[in-house]
Design a protein around this ligand. Sequence first.
Ligand SMILES: C[S@@+](CC[C@H](N)C(=O)[O-])C[C@H]1O[C@@H](n2cnc3c(N)ncnc32)[C@H](O)[C@@H]1O
Ligand code: SF4
Length: 387
Amino acid sequence: MVERSSGPISSLYVHVPFCAQKCSYCAFFSEPSSGDVINRYVDALVREMESVSGDVKAETIFFGGGTPSLLNLAQWERILKAMSRLNLLGAAEWTIECNPATVSLDKARLLRDFGVNRVSMGVQSLNEALLDRLGRIHSREMVFKSFDILRRAGFENLNLDLMFAIPGQTMEIWRETLREATALQSEHLSSYEVIYEEDTALFGQLQAGEVREDEELACAMYEELVSHAAGAGFVQYEIANFAKTAGPSQTLPAFACRHNVNYWRGGAFYGLGPSATGYVRGVRTKNWSNTQLYCEQLERGKQPAESREQLAPIARAGETAAFGLRMVQGWPFDHFQAVTGFDLRKDWTPDMTALVNRGWGHLSPEGFKLTADGLRFADAAAQMFLR
Ligand SMILES: C[S@@+](CC[C@H](N)C(=O)[O-])C[C@H]1O[C@@H](n2cnc3c(N)ncnc32)[C@H](O)[C@@H]1O
Ligand code: SF4
């Protein structure tokens, strides 16, 4: 297995496990919390940053959640100043996720001043009744207002997250949301079909028969997404991700999320914060999904990892193959070999052939990728590559 990351690690994920209120569909590790708990988390996070900073030269940073924008100005100042002291500033791409209800001009300017240059905003829908049903804390007006604030603060790389196949969402409502969202002219768009995650309120409603899934409508909505995004000038580069602006063929669009591309291409990254996963020199770690325990461990000078796992090289390569197939480009054979040390043509030929025969895969002398149909069922296709 070729190790790409013998030098410092260039990618950093930070999980912020707080939300004002839990949305009905969401299974990410996050909970509503008070000032003291958040302050304690900030101190613990700074300690965890101290423990990895010597091994990081950040090219991409991503603060996800939860709702990173929920932290107040003073809490952000503490994090940003610590990052400055630890030489963690200066990433080429630095994203922070935000909820439209928690954006202010002061906060946006502070983040921009320290080098944050990309904001990913959770919009989900622009239909008031659906926002309510999803348990979102913001109105559609707040989306437009926050978008404007972010532009005024100088952000030139904005992403909007949308969801489709939401119970009660008709094709008409979906089209209207797509039309209004793309009219904002963000640089990036992510859109996922609703997943009924166990232990969520929405899952309970499905179990109780109060809502039902409509696979045919979900497929039609995905097709609408793909064609509408193309019409609005976006290039699809992953199943659920679209960015401006097209470059020469075979290259990614200019505003593709470099941080996520690193995941899909099997790159290394540190994951900090409760529940965060990391992948460094072939070892996968997962932090405790318990904020109090996470803080206690760091306060005692210990690492907050719940588990550490070193995968066999072929298993790592299989996972890397599966992740990379989410990308529209699929895997150029030489690229896969450079990352994993394995040749797709040797170990995965029966799987690629089966997918080609089903109309889900496209094989060329240079590489393998999923077709448009295959992308729709990428999870099932990717399963075949695991070893
Ligand atoms: C961590 S959240 C984004 C930031 C912020 N917490 C917010 O929601 O405004 C990441 C994104 O994952 C998507 N997501 C979360 N749970 C989902 C689910 N059950 N099914 C589909 N998409 C989901 C949503 O689009 C959400 O914006
Ligand atoms: S979708 Fe975002 S705001 Fe809603 S609970 Fe999940 S992380 Fe929090």
